[in-house]
Design a protein around this ligand. Structure first.
Ligand code: ZN
Length: 989
């Protein structure tokens, strides 16, 4: 699947904006996530749950009449409901019993979607599946996955003679069928045991509901095209939703071939993994005509890669190495050329990977479809890739955004899966990182091949590494590769699609590539892919192929086996902090904890990592060394106080760890930065800032050590380094804290002096040659923070630019505000203006239908500094219609803005009933966190508690109270830190 939305590159502008607007962003996000997860918990409908308390059937011993005659087969006798508790059995296990191995599916699906009937209430599908299985152990009980499906018929034929399709095969009676809902099984109790070594065919008729509000299983999208409402159906099976569409053996190692048939309305086209084989017509009972489209047989593949689409779309196509690639999208989008970019890059990416691995893409075609609404960003279904259209289609006004590069990354990721995941699949979900980590890693190799000018290391750092290092730590987070036994529920499989699987997985693949070399790395992967094609692999299989590649050469020597090295990274959580004492050359490692734990003997995390250390001394790359125990001496890394040497560990930041130095080591780096910063490569300036601030925040080093690294910034002309500094120094909490009067003037003086040079560079580009930004990816992702800070610090030219661009846009709305700084300009345009500007924005808002832009405008309107305008805004929100079809919580946006907190609090006191009716009571809880984000005393908590006593239920009050305590403690800690920053700034301005 596509990578999860994460801070950094993949975060959409709307989400970024949303987050930027929220001061207590982290707490809030956690609260929101918690509530989302709550909503998403897949509790089966009660009626299905009832069926789970299984129905017993009168048994029909010995019913074994042959079923050779054509015509409708008799309905098996599944009886009326009689409830009792089942004894413990295989249906209590998450994993299927190994008694049956599926070989082939004949699957027919018939969703009743009609173009003229889009009311879509209770849209259903029916289906039939015949599954050929090999029995491996005698059993009279069959388990297969099925969820939310009604099973309408179930028969078992066999044993089949070796040449399948034997019509004279016998029948094994099904005496009972029932659902074990907890583990999502359909259980068939048979009259006779199946015989090991024999083949059987399970014939099942079923029906189910098309998902309306989740994008799981077979789901509906409603959208507008060519001015009219339309609908399409698409599927999402990964990881465990194939069972929502047809009864199946829904585990990744149970690969089989599929013959798929889709029955659909003649106006629609049906797509699946393979090309169309034939088409015919059939009539339903109402004499309506339906089209029957059948597809060629798939290669061996897991159920999670099966895919279907029924749509009324247009497509464009090209041929790459004799195979057709088609991009499907809304007809409007195709006509506007929005799919052209994706089509142009897809073929070359396929060819590049075919050549790299020397393995041809085995399917005869590729369809890529742009879905109007899709939760998973993108999905790599073999031969039928599904994308959220915002991540595949490039619109003309996307030019000045990072979108083009983002599409390149995501398309590369999904095509990478055609090898990593589709051709070779992990044995089970515990090693999903073998799919996602390598697909994510190869995104960078691919994009670097086609765009060699892009700064590869800096982008990897910003998009992948930075985000996961911030979340990963030894105590709480999970290991990349988990033990199968640690899974007990299906939900846990869904939760694996996170930062660790994607970002840490990609980072570990990159580290492995860095301490081998590209040639060995690729040749090991080639042999792994060849060996396990159409099959499944464990993590150890991968390491074995790397070991073979190592053993075949003599240039690279490792301290131990590849498995030992990599297990130390994939099988434990967190990562190490390495500290180098440059006076003695002693290097030691310790696990990284959020907020360094003082008494580490209490901790159970005793393990060490086997750490490859690539390093540089005075700008020259040194040979690789290994830290394979808790500490070791490296005399070659010694530096004396008198000489000018400096040492940086973790060359190009290819290692998955943070680096600390002793006082002298940091001092040397600092001196070098002040003397000649360019002698230290950009990626390492980025690393020094990020490591130092993270280590200081978590009590590994003093905050002053990190601040010292910012003294040279007047000479820093790389915007990505500025971005890193400002993200650490000018935090959202600081910006929205009106009590920042001690730090603000000092920071203003200190930073503006240094910021002016980079400001001049980029403000000139914005004013004179904005299109030049198109090729400057790092600027596209950094400008908002840099410009936002400049305006926040009151840089007159920044305020002037905001007035200028906003006014220009008001007079000529066709003159778009440059996208990378649009949030800043809108916000300061409103903050510096009056009701004229505000009313103009409201008008634009009312005429805008794009959700993402509406959110952006809604937040900009909360930037006003006039209390009456903010009050009127909130009043509109709870009374006037435009805001009702937008999910932006306006009260929250105002509360999170620079001056809006007190205004929002008063407003809430007077209108809490209306606010709670408009946004729900849970929004009141969130609002209290936003309003209380700067509290630091008990009396402030008391005040807020009294404030909420009318508004909230008892359990909500308790939650709020606990959360406010946490916020208070966090704020007290920040205050100490802030006081030290103030003292340091006094000394240094
Ligand atoms: Zn993926």
């Amino acid at each position: 699947m596509g990578p999860p939305a994460s801070p950094g590159f993949y975060v959409s502008r709307a989400v970024a904006l949303l987050l930027a607007g929220l001061a207590a962003a982290l707490l809030l996000a956690l609260a929101v996530l918690a509530s989302l997860y709550g909503h998403c918990a897949r509790v089966p409908p009660s009626e299905l749950r009832d069926r789970g308390a299984p129905a017993a059937a009168p048994s029909l011993p010995g019913q074994q009449e042959p079923t050779a005659q054509p015509g409708p087969t008799p309905e098996p006798d599944v009886a009326a409901t009689r409830r009792y508790r089942r004894p413990p059995g295989p249906w209590d296990q998450l994993r299927l019993p190994p008694w049956l191995v599926p070989l082939h599916y004949e699957l027919e699906l018939w969703p009743r979607l009609r173009p003229r009937d889009l009311s879509a209430s209770a849209l259903r599908f029916t289906g039939r599946v015949n599954i050929t299985v090999r029995c491996t152990a005698a059993t009279a009980r069959l388990l297969l996955h099925s969820l939310f499906l009604d099973c309408e018929s179930a028969e078992v034929r066999g044993p089949l003679s070796p040449d399948a399709g034997d019509a004279s095969a016998g029948r094994v009676s099904v005496v009972e069928r029932w659902f074990a809902v907890d583990m999502q099984y359909l259980v068939l109790e048979l009259g006779d045991a199946l015989q090991p070594g024999s083949l059987y065919e399970l014939q099942l008729g079923f029906s189910g509901a098309v998902s309306q509000d989740t994008r799981e299983g077979l789901f509906l999208n409603l959208y507008t095209d060519q001015g009219e409402r339309r609908a399409l159906l698409a599927s999402q099976m990964e990881p465990t939703f194939a069972r929502n569409v047809f009864p199946c053996f829904d585990e990744p190692a149970l690969k089989a071939t599929f013959n798929i048939t889709i029955i659909h309305h003649p106006r629609y086209v049906a797509l699946s993994n393979m090309p169309k084989l034939s088409q015919s017509e059939k009539e339903d009972v109402n004499r309506s005509t339906w089209t029957v489209t059948t597809f060629h047989t798939t290669p061996h593949m897991p159920t999670y890669l099966a895919a279907f689409v029924v749509c009324d779309y247009e497509h464009i196509s090209r041929i790459e190495r004799g195979k057709e690639i088609r991009i499907w999208a809304r007809k409007d989008a195709i006509a506007d050329g929005n799919a052209d970019f994706a089509l142009n890059i897809t073929g070359p990416i396929f060819s590049f990977l075919e050549d790299l691995f020397n393995i041809s893409y085995p399917l005869p075609k590729t369809d890529i479809i742009a879905l109007p609404t899709f939760d998973n960003r993108a999905m790599e279904n073999w031969g039928l890739l599904t994308f959220d259209e915002s991540l595949l289609l490039l619109q003309p006004n996307d030019k000045l955004t990072e979108k083009k590069i983002m599409i390149f990354y995501i398309v590369s990721h999904e095509i990478g899966h055609q090898w990593f995941g589709n051709l070779v699949t992990m044995n089970w979900w515990n090693n999903i990182w073998l799919n996602e980590g390598f697909a994510s890693y190869f995104e960078f190799g691919i994009i670097n091949h086609f765009n060699p000018k892009l700064p590869r290391n800096e982008i990897f750092f910003s998009n992948i590494l930075h985000g996961v290092l911030r979340e990963d730590h030894a105590l709480v987070s999970r290991a990349v590769s988990m033990k199968v036994e640690s899974f007990t529920e299906t939900n846990e499989i869904n939760e694996l699609f996170d930062l660790f699987t994607y970002n840490k997985g990609a980072s570990l693949a990159r580290m492995l590539a860095s301490f081998l070399n590209e040639k060995i790395f690729i040749s090991a992967l080639k042999s792994y892919l060849e060996t396990f094609s159409y099959s499944n692999a464990e993590q150890d299989d991968l390491w074995r192929h790397f070991q073979m590649a190592i053993d075949h050469q003599s240039k690279i020597l490792l301290p131990t086996t590849v498995k030992s090295i990599m297990d130390s990274w994939t099988q434990q959580s967190g990562f190490p902090v390495i500290t180098l004492n440059v006076s003695t050359g002693v290097m030691k490692q310790e696990p990284f904890y959020l907020g360094k734990v003082k008494n580490q003997t209490l901790l159970t995390h005793n393990d060490t990592w086997i750490i490859p250390i690539l390093w540089i001394k005075n700008g020259t790359t040194q040979s690789l060394v290994w830290l394979d125990k808790s500490s070791k001496v490296f005399p070659e890394m010694q530096v004396s106080d008198s000489d000018h040497d400096w040492v940086i560990l973790n060359l190009n930041v290819t290692g998955y760890y943070r680096v600390n130095y002793d006082k002298l080591g940091w001092k040397k780096l600092n001196q070098q930065l002040e003397k000649d910063p360019k002698a230290i490569p950009v990626i390492h300036r980025l690393q020094l800032v990020d490591d130092a601030f993270s280590l200081s925040k978590n009590d590994y080093i003093e905050i002053e050590t990190a601040l010292d690294l910012t003294k040279y910034l007047a000479e820093e002309d790389e915007i990505i380094v500025w971005h890193a500094v400002l993200m650490n120094l000018v935090t959202r909490d600081l910006v929205s804290d009106v009590n920042n009067h001690d730090i603000y003037p000092l920071l203003k003086k200190y930073l503006l002096k240094r910021l002016i040079s980079i400001w001049n560079t980029y403000s000139t580009i914005i004013r004179e040659n904005v299109t030049a930004l198109q090729e400057d990816y790092l600027a596209l992702i950094s400008l908002e923070k840099v410009f936002g800070t400049a305006c926040w610090l009151g840089l007159e030219d920044c305020l002037q630019l905001s007035r200028e661009l906003f006014r220009n846009w008001m007079n000529h709305p066709e003159n778009e505000i440059p996208n990378p700084i649009k949030n800043v300009i809108l916000c300061y345009g409103i903050a510096l203006g009056n009701d004229k500007e505000w009313d103009f924005l409201l008008k634009i808002y009312n005429n805008n239908t794009k959700e993402e832009e509406r959110i952006q405008l809604a937040y900009a309107m909360s930037c006003s500094k006039d209390p009456w305008i903010l009050n009127r805004y909130m009043d509109y929100a709870i009374t006037v219609s435009p805001f009702t079809f937008n999910e932006t919580n306006v009260i929250e946006a105002v509360a999170a803005s620079e001056v809006g907190r007190y205004v929002a609090k008063d407003f809430l006191i007077n209108n809490w009933q209306a606010v709670s009716e408009r946004y729900g009571t849970q929004s009141l809880v969130t609002l209290l966190y936003v309003i209380g984000r700067t509290i630091s005393t008990e009396s402030q908590i008391l005040e807020l508690q009294q404030f909420c006593s009318n508004m909230l239920e008892e359990h909500q009050r308790l939650t709020v109270q606990a959360k406010l305590q946490t916020i208070k403690n966090e704020n007290l800690k920040n205050k100490e830190r802030s006081a030290r920053i103030v003292a340091w700034l006094r000394k240094n301005t």
